[in-house]
Design a protein around this ligand. Structure first.
Ligand code: SF4
Length: 318
């Protein structure tokens, strides 16, 4: 299959969703800005990670929450302006949770003219039967969901599985692993599934959750509540989410900096011997302009300070 990532990326990044299907013509300036930012960031993520190419069939996983609605909405708008053809099919796994409003997603998808498939699998009963009373159901539930979605992707001939995780999900996962898993591990924008058969993409990777919430409010998506299963939300994730929001309020820009760090890793300054050959390290006598300043990087120094430049600019010091 031929791929033209740079062409797709350029068109997607340049695209402007104003006037997109269903969008009122007269929008407030802030909604216009929000729309442009969302579509630009999604196009950028798609381009940066070569997520979608010509001829792809993208299976958009729809839960009925704001993120998956926004993902589908933005991908449809971007596809209308992309120079290459790719298909979109929306898929919802109806897990038979009590009170799940079966008609909501089909009604919405039909109204938008999106091809879709509703997969009915009573994973809810399995989870209720197998998980001991009081234990959290999410691990088994999401495992069963994943297996079903992978199977459906194969049956539909999907070449990409698109999930609605956003920047804040990625940061939360990173801190969950850091605080409780002892690993520097986040949630990648693109990965190969654990069965080795599917490419999973997260086109909202660069998008802040608050922007998705505003977009969902503006577009009045028919949200399906996520508490139908009766499971308690992951308390640790909730706490980390609250911590990040607090940081964002107190130190604007901190989340952006942390998020940039996930794509700007310096293995030689961490401690993973499997990633950097510390044990075989030798001085080779060749200067490296980007090399380590060792003693200049004491714990009390501040990242961003440039002592070399200060010395060069200081009068009377050669
Ligand atoms: S919150 Fe409910 S539906 Fe979501 S993963 Fe947990 S058990 Fe499953």
């Amino acid at each position: 299959m031929s791929r033209v990532p740079s062409e797709v990326a350029a068109a997607l990044v340049a695209s402007d969703a104003c006037g997109a299907a269903g969008t009122p013509q007269r929008q407030s300036v802030s909604i216009n800005k929000l729309s442009k930012r969302l579509h630009r960031l999604v196009g950028q993520a798609i381009g940066d990670f070569n997520m979608i190419g010509a001829g792809d069939k993208v299976m958009v996983c729809m839960s009925g929450g704001k993120d998956s609605y926004a993902l589908l909405d933005i991908l449809l708008n971007l596809r209308a302006r992309a120079p290459v053809d790719f298909d979109i099919v929306a898929v919802n796994l109806d897990q038979k949770q009590p009170g799940f409003p079966e008609h909501v997603l089909p009604d919405y998808l039909r109204a938008r003219g999106v091809p879709f498939h509703i997969e009915q699998q009573d994973t809810y009963s399995i989870v209720k039967r197998v998980v001991p009373e009081g234990a959290t159901m999410c691990s088994l539930c999401s495992r069963l969901r994943r297996g079903n979605l992978y199977r459906v992707a194969s049956e539909l001939g999907a070449t990409r599985i698109a999930l609605g995780h956003h920047r804040d999900d990625i940061l939360q996962t990173f801190f969950l692993n850091l605080f409780h898993g002892g690993r520097l591990k986040g949630m990648p924008p693109k990965l190969v599934s654990d069965d080795g058969r599917h490419v999973v993409i997260r086109p909202l990777a660069y998008v802040a959750e608050r922007d998705l919430q505003r977009w969902a409010d503006h577009r009045a998506f028919p949200i399906i509540p996520c508490s139908l299963c009766g499971s308690q939300e992951n308390l640790e994730r909730k706490q980390i989410g609250a911590m990040l929001r607090e940081w964002d309020k107190r130190d604007p820009g901190r989340l952006e900096s942390m998020f940039r760090a996930l794509g700007n890793i310096v293995p030689s300054h961490l401690m993973d011997r499997a990633v950097f050959p510390f044990t075989s390290l030798r001085a080779d006598g060749v200067p490296d302009p980007g090399g380590d300043l060792a003693f200049d990087a004491e714990p009390c120094t501040v990242p961003g300070d440039n002592p070399v430049q200060w010395l060069q600019e200081a009068p009377g010091i050669d």
